[in-house]
Ligand binder design. Structure first.
Ligand code: PMP
Ligand code: GLN
Length: 379
């Protein structure tokens, strides 16, 4: 393995899920739901197989999914996405991230990102030979530091990575924060890669705003999402990028050499789920909100200090109150010691000490498992 990838080792999600299985622990670590997939999506997947969607789909995706993605972006956000030229379907959101980063970043180009960040971002930028410039979001307020951002951006900035709602922090960026980021992108002629896989998971009146809707941003933003999170089908690996045709061409032009396409039948089923987005996410968010509050309550009772997230299905908590100062080591111990698995936030940071006492637990798990998991943590 080439050294710049060797440095990334194994994805923290794989490590923690393996420890959970090994010790039969309750897995509140990796973000996949206990919930069943929506029956209408499963029925559509079966039907698609029966209907003969068993060969390569078009590289950019099946027409009905391209159409639904464009309609979704137009109706929800008033973005002028054209189904024929402004969308490409990829192998999960990860496929779109890979296509965008490998297609945009030349060796030596700088990529600005907010830490903590989703682990694949760093690995992909390093794979492309890019230079990472990261700006810390400080727990618990997590506000965007405009000066630090301005200092990190410059003539070599090619891409600014944005993830709102934010994994792992559960932060939903405010329109004012998005404008601070947009201003830097416009000033330095940078592309914003906006990872919006949690776009439908927001609570307490917080609303998701795609940065592509801000002035001057349509022509410089690639918007990425996925069926996995919105419809509880993380194993389907159907994701997409949408936006200005010139930018979508970059993603599609690169992704064709990575995987050519994903699975056609799952794309047909994802189109059916997208057509029913409102019904699916309304029901899911009601139940997620209950489970968020249950997790926050249980973690507090266990002596942790959770931050109530505005979005996603993750809660980040400070563990210094229970004496943890190396959360990575603690997360490797607790599957065996306590019968619960979580994810260390330090794994998503690069500044020494950042996230050292922060742990992420997921609430896309059953109420029973959230109750039992937090009870175990309290013991
Ligand atoms: N981005 C973020 C922020 C994520 O949390 C995830 C995990 N769902 C992904 C991208 C990858 O999505 P997918 O599983 O569709 O590849
Ligand atoms: N996005 C999921 C999480 O944050 C994990 C995805 C993965 O395992 N690669 O937990």
């Amino acid at each position: 393995l080439i050294p710049r990838l060797r440095a990334h080792g194994e994805s923290i999600f794989a490590t923690m899920s393996r420890l959970a299985v090994e010790h039969e622990a309750i897995n509140l670590g990796q973000g996949f739901p206990d919930d069943p997939a929506p029956p209408l999506a499963v029925a559509a997947a079966k039907q698609a197989l029966d209907d003969g969607y068993n060969q390569y789909p078009p590289a950019r995706g099946v027409p009905q999914l391209l159409e639904e993605i464009a309609t979704h972006q137009r109706q929800r956000y008033d973005l002028p996405v054209d189904p024929a030229t402004g969308v490409t379907v990829t192998t999960g959101a990860t496929g779109a991230l890979a296509g965008a980063i490998l297609g945009l970043v030349e060796p030596g180009d700088e990529v600005v990102m907010f830490a903590p960040y989703y682990d694949a971002y760093a690995a992909l930028v390093d794979l492309a030979g890019g230079v990472r410039r990261s700006i810390p979001l400080r727990f618990p307020d997590l506000t965007v530091d405009a000066e630090a951002l301005a200092a990190a951006c410059g003539p070599k900035t090619r891409v600014i990575m944005l993830n709102s709602p934010h994994n792992p922090m559960g932060k939903v960026y405010t329109p004012a924060e998005l404008e601070i980021i947009a201003e830097q992108a416009r000033r330095h002629d940078a592309i914003v890669l906006s990872d919006e896989v949690y776009e439908h998971m927001t609570f307490d009146g917080h609303e998701h705003t795609p940065i592509a809707t801000l002035p001057g941003m349509w022509e410089r933003t690639i918007t990425i999402s996925s069926a996995g999170k919105s419809f509880s089908v993380t194993g389907w690996k159907v994701g997409w990028a949408s936006g200005h045709p010139d930018l979508v061409d970059v993603v599609a032009g690169t992704a064709q050499w990575l995987t050519f396409s994903g699975g056609g039948a799952m794309q047909v089923a994802a189109a059916e789920a997208l057509r029913n987005t409102d019904a699916i996410v309304t029901e899911m968010n009601e139940s997620l909100l209950r489970r968020r509050d249950l997790l926050v309550e249980g973690l507090s009772a266990a002596g942790l200090t959770p931050r109530v997230p505005e979005g996603t299905y993750f809660v980040v908590s400070d563990t210094s109150g229970i004496g943890v100062d190396d959360v990575d080591a603690w997360c490797r111990e607790i599957p065996e010691a306590k019968g619960v698995a979580g994810v260390p936030v330090s794994a998503f940071c690069d500044e020494p000490g950042h996230g050292q006492t922060l742990v992420r637990f997921a609430f896309c798990k059953s109420e029973e498992r959230i109750r039992e998991g937090t009870r175990r943590l309290a013991r």
